[in-house]
Write a protein that binds this ligand. Sequence first.
Ligand code: MGD
Ligand code: MGD
Ligand code: SF4
Ligand code: MO
Length: 729
Amino acid sequence: MLHERDGHLTRDLLRTPGGFGLGQVPAKRKPDAATDMVCGYCSTGCSLTVHLKDGEAVGLTPAAGYPVNRGVACPKGWEALAVLGAGDRAVTPLRRDAAGSRRPVSWDEALRTMVERFKAIQAQHGPESVAFLGTGQLPTEELALLGALAKFGMGMEHGDGNTRQCMATSVVAYKQAFGFDAPPYTYRDFEESDVLVFVGANPCLAHPILWERVLRNRNDPAIVVIDPRVTETAMQATGHLAIRPKSDQTLFYGLARLLIERDWIDRTYIDAHTRDFDAYAAAVEPYTLDRVAAATGLETEVVLRLAETIHRGRRVSFWWTMGVNQSYQGVRTAQSIINLALMTGNVGRPGTGANSITGQCNAMGSRLFSNTTNLLGGHDFANPDHREKVARVLGIDPAVIPTRASWAYNEIIEGILRERIKGLWVICTNTAHSWINQGQVRDVLGRLDCLVVQDMYATTETARMADLVLPAAGWGEKDGTFINSERRIGRIRKVARAPGQALADFSIFKLVAEYWGCGETFRTWRSPAATFQILKRLSAGQPCDITGIDGYDTLDEHGGIQWPCPAGESAATVRTERRLFEDGRYYHRDGRARFLYEDPRPLPEPPNERHPLLLLTGRGSAAQWHTQTRTAKSAVLRKLYPAQVYVEVNPADAKARGIVTSDTVRIESRRGRITATAFVTRSVQPGHVFVPMHYQETNRLTDAVFDPYSKQPSYKACAVELRPVAAVG
Ligand SMILES: Nc1nc2c(c(=O)[nH]1)N[C@H]1C(S)=C(S)[C@@H](COP(=O)(O)OP(=O)(O)OC[C@H]3O[C@@H](n4cnc5c(=O)[nH]c(N)nc54)[C@H](O)[C@@H]3O)O[C@H]1N2
Ligand SMILES: Nc1nc2c(c(=O)[nH]1)N[C@H]1C(S)=C(S)[C@@H](COP(=O)(O)OP(=O)(O)OC[C@H]3O[C@@H](n4cnc5c(=O)[nH]c(N)nc54)[C@H](O)[C@@H]3O)O[C@H]1N2
Ligand code: SF4
Ligand SMILES: [Mo]
């Protein structure tokens, strides 16, 4: 029988034949009636009460007292437990043999194979020839251990995560403007605004419980949605601007010009707390109403009215998500929103803010602690003082810390093409489905000498390509913390047994460290709880300082705690909802926020005669999560969306092509073709089509272009054509 010793497994124990006890709920556990934990899907971070029998989960309900969701949850949250027992869970390590078949092997064999092969690659091609791709869906403790192990133990230089697909733009926009990656808001701001502007965000589907918070707003607020589509959110708004895709930056420059021209700006705030405003005012001067109308397709009246609405509002909040971030000019677009908030003094007060809503349950943890783009704790690899500090906290030689940030995801993919990367370890993300221009990425993954995939399921598109699959426990089967969109740190817990030999990612990383021969370096990372103490020390003195949180029990007691929470901030003073920049001081050395701007660029792939339509992609329903490895396992959720890929098309475009709803159509871009079911609807404008990202075909069409600063993929606009299948000759 296997035992946990000091919270992790030793290699001797692993060789012991018999059961794998780590996946089991500890026998000593009290038969609690219920326990609360944060949901494992979106960044809202709802708390769910898991009901237990003999220490094991038997059902769940939304937690009533939690400051985030206040007793409600979306369908994914309700079904969170149901997906754990799926038949295609990875239950044993799998290794591809010489004939190409995958066979179950013991953990000992799997880990020896991984270490031998990665070390052989590094010996031949250099330590940086092995890289990793991680996630915003593992607890912070696991992310930090992975990043530290890969870079300080295994000698890797490059590792990135799926947060690049999602949040890189906001990270860079905030860092440049505010001096640190710091979304400033608290969810109460949804309830306290009198004007809310949502840009490229569809919270009714993607963050339904945040939308609940908007509905609790008692100020009869103006709710303006800026989105090319008539989304569920747009339908519920008081105003909808059906903007031409990727023209947001021009719109916001035009709005800035209008506000300046009419003196609808907050000069006192600008002078006291910002820099470079006059240069910005000069830069937006050419963005006349006519120019804005021509670029955005919006009536000048509509733009004027939005300027008036912003001016009249006393508490104006701006919210953005993927319609902004996933763009070849995402950073400057996000900053054009930040600029509006700064120039109107709408930051740091209740109901205000330039607010990026995060995507995955722990994207915020990944942004601070994954050790990829930032050194652990929001530090900078290039800063010798930061390297010194992190080395001191971890008791390692500063010389093992790389002096530059990792390559970004796209650079790792290109690195494989250029034969600079030969080994790849993919953890908790499904690259072969979700990365842009899938035809290329599958070809590229196929070129690796060794692909290791660590996932809950052996059936994902990426796991199927792997030379080695490591079976992982999922949410509900392990301990740790997530950080949600409003910077709130919340607990997750083990309430269910992982199937077969699946292990918590934390334990897998500890084992890899042992087999690699660097276990000693990570001796103090005994358990997630012990690791949380290390994270606290790493955060000391940073804007994200959490040294004031004693430990997991304190988090439980307060219903999660928002960062910052420095030492000395007594538990009593940790208010449940806090926003940043209340004193107008930003994180740049001079305390001032920056205005950043640049002329907008044209679409990289504008529609043409052969491909006259613009493809938009995104979330299709509240019941589907990303690549559907989890949500498709729930019989309840499966009833709530179409099983096969579909395309939304405007009646005018459908008619011109002889297409009616339910027809099978072929969608073609320069990179590939897919077959989908047509859904004719006015929710997309003429000239646009929309395909949800949840179906594995979607990214065969998308175009691999990236924002130059954030390297985030531009998933949301490429040229396609649509034809009925019968007419495809
Ligand atoms: N149900 C569900 N919820 C989720 C997820 C999920 O998979 N399923 N994923 C989570 C994650 S990781 C993320 S990142 C978030 C994403 O949450 P959202 O960003 O809200 O979702 P998307 O549908 O990707 O994109 C939002 C909108 O951007 C619009 N858009 C496209 N191009 C433009 C443009 O140029 N300008 C403007 N203004 N709008 C544009 C699209 O029409 C779309 O309606 O959702 C999170 N929540
Ligand atoms: N066309 C298009 N493409 C997009 C987008 C878009 O809008 N349009 N959105 C992008 C965005 S914002 C995002 S965030 C990405 C998401 O893309 P992915 O990260 O690839 O999507 P997921 O399905 O969430 O993949 C998570 C994987 O981790 C596994 N997993 C779950 N829990 C655990 C665990 O605890 N441990 C381990 N080891 N594995 C686990 C799941 O089974 C799954 O295979 O997609 C991006 N791709
Ligand atoms: S809104 Fe997000 S965090 Fe809340 S229950 Fe739904 S998926 Fe979970
Ligand atoms: Mo995301």
